[in-house]
Design a protein around this ligand. Structure first.
Ligand SMILES: NC(=O)c1ccc[n+]([C@@H]2O[C@H](COP(=O)([O-])OP(=O)(O)OC[C@H]3O[C@@H](n4cnc5c(N)ncnc54)[C@H](O)[C@@H]3O)[C@@H](O)[C@H]2O)c1
Length: 350
């Protein structure tokens, strides 16, 4: 039986879009057919979003993207004003990004482990598997516990996930961020709001469960998902136009799309999302949200139809091409940081 050290020997390395100029490749793909042309059109729509000075870009992250080597793509987006707000699963933000910011890594699983026949052996070693990627469960428990420590140190009240993630950024500022590239820490410094609408469904959930159980009837920290919805709706209302860049489907896609309707309910004159791009492997057959087209979203009053593009592709392939294209095109150079956290903190809660 291999040792734990042998199993966790090779780290996942994050792709660096700044080092690969993919413009000629994506332009060549625009003259091809099928998914290549769709991907190239999505890249040009994202570039167009960045050149539209009135448009705030909302990035949606589903699935398990950070452990897969996409972290630095999103960090470069934050650093270079290519994104103004993020809606994500907790897994991406806490279990994977914050986890790496605490100094831990994700590991390449040997090819034979993908079959799943050796998962009991992995369990015995305390190793978790995400398809072809491995994680040390003991290190993940430290991540859970760190979120408990953060909750323990906060004033007991209800927080939006955005507010709690700011506290995670402040923790990294105080204790040191152990990686050069962290979404949580970069967003903290650039005042980019991050929302995790199902925040308890990740490593932070374990920390918060332990925090609340320990507090018992005493005042405690809780997460208010309605506050999340209100805050991101206020962010939408504060912007003239918005564009969605969605990676995967799930809760982040619906949450970000729904803010147009929530703005309407609040009586604000907010527009539909002017631009929308989605990368997904889901299709329309099951009627579920992840594969529903952006044209369908138009029937709900959420997405405009002039600049929308579905890309049916696995995200680790499509994301570096689309973001890399827009990065090297440089449309972001004339964009200012919107500092959404400042905007939200300036609005009195009602
Ligand atoms: N390993 C994990 O994924 C993990 C770990 C801890 C917690 N969680 C929690 O599980 C919940 C489920 O997350 P979800 O709602 O995003 O569901 P999900 O992970 O099933 O993703 C939703 C849909 O997005 C699309 N998608 C996901 N990854 C993709 C990819 N790489 N390329 C293309 N399309 C892709 C698929 O169509 C998928 O059905 C979240 O609350 C998360 O925090 C997940």
């Amino acid at each position: 039986m291999p040792t734990k050290k042998e199993l966790l020997a090779t780290t996942i390395e994050h792709v660096d879009i700044t080092q690969h100029n993919v413009i000629p490749l994506v332009e060549a793909m625009s003259k091809m057919s099928y998914s290549s042309r769709d991907l190239a059109r999505a890249a040009s729509i994202y570039d167009r979003m960045l050149r539209d000075q009135d448009c705030a870009v909302i990035l949606c992250l589903a699935g398990s993207l950070i452990n897969a080597g996409l972290k630095k793509v999103f960090v470069e987006m934050i650093r270079n004003n290519m994104v103004d707000a993020i809606v994500s699963t907790g897994a991406n933000i806490v279990d994977q990004d914050f986890f790496e910011a605490l100094g831990f890594r994700h590991y390449v699983a040997d090819e034979r482990l993908k079959a799943g026949t050796e998962d009991t052996m992995l369990l015995d070693h305390g190793i978790d598997r995400i398809y072809d990627t491995l994680i040390d469960e003991e290190e993940l428990r430290i991540c859970d516990d760190t979120t408990k420590q953060i909750a323990d140190a906060l004033e007991p009240r209800a927080y939006s996930s955005r507010e709690f993630i700011i506290a995670m950024g402040a923790y990294l500022e105080k204790h040191g961020c152990k990686t050069p590239d962290s979404i949580v820490y970069e967003a903290y410094k650039k005042q980019v709001p991050i929302f995790c609408p199902a925040f308890s469904d990740c490593s932070a959930g374990f920390g918060l469960v332990a925090h609340q159980a320990e507090r018992g009837d005493r005042p405690r920290v809780s997460i208010d998902s309605v506050k999340d919805f209100l805050e991101i709706t206020r962010f939408k209302i504060s912007q003239k136009e918005t564009g969605l860049f969605m990676i995967g489907g799930g809760v982040p896609k619906n949450f970000a799309q729904d803010i147009t309707v929530a703005a309407d309910i609040l009586g604000a004159e907010a527009t539909m999302h002017k631009y929308a791009v989605q990368i997904t492997v889901a299709d329309v057959r099951d009627g579920a949200l992840s594969g529903s087209t952006l044209k369908e979203a138009n029937s709900w009053g959420k997405v405009d139809t002039a600049y929308e593009q579905m890309v049916y592709c696995e995200a680790t392939i499509a994301t570096p091409l689309i973001v890399g294209y827009a990065y090297h095109k440089g449309g972001w150079r004339s964009r200012a940081a919107r500092q959404g956290n400042q905007i939200l903190e300036a609005v009195p809660a009602r």
